[in-house]
Design a protein around this ligand. Sequence first.
Ligand SMILES: [Zn+2]
Length: 216
Amino acid sequence: MLVFIDPGHGGDDLGAVSGDLVEKHLTLQIAREVDTALRRGYVVETVLTRTADTSVSLYKRVRRANDARCHLFLSLHVNAGGGTGFESYIYPRAFEPTVNIRRVIHAEVVSFLRPLGITDRGMKTADFYVLRATAMPAVVLESLFLDHPQDAARLRDPAFISGYARAVARGVGEALRLPVKDADAEKDALIAQLQAEVDRLRRALKNIRNEAENAL
Ligand SMILES: [Zn+2]
């Protein structure tokens, strides 16, 4: 499976700006974290439509995704203009695989955001170029509002960004049924770690017992 991760804007195109927050930087930061989380967690190939602060036309982004015949085009944006929360977009006449993939990703992200009190603005449709012109399922995520004080505080928090990115990656993994990477290896490592801790506690207990016996 090949996933195109598309950090919105870049270069001359700043996207939304509010104070020190610039959409083109946030989208790249989120995209990098999504990329890392995806490749760490799943057997999957990824391509970022840009990896630096460069201008890439929408036409070029879509053309590359179409040429590569990727399985998902995931475009990451940050909202602005007087709202708060998260929303996702697909093309109004999207086919069933897209509807389903978006539903799964949206649900996974919301399950991360809801406990933090962040608004779910819903699953929406729009005639965006990247949704219309892509030949594969395409989803746009609008990740909070950079001009909303509480959302902005979240977007400045690296822990929030990586938690959000991991939720997006989980959604993509589940939606595309990507094979989980080394789940058994991770489980074995955890068991080994617990066993070492049990051994350590046993030794500590033995020492305490010896000391108590010596004291008598
Ligand atoms: Zn944008």
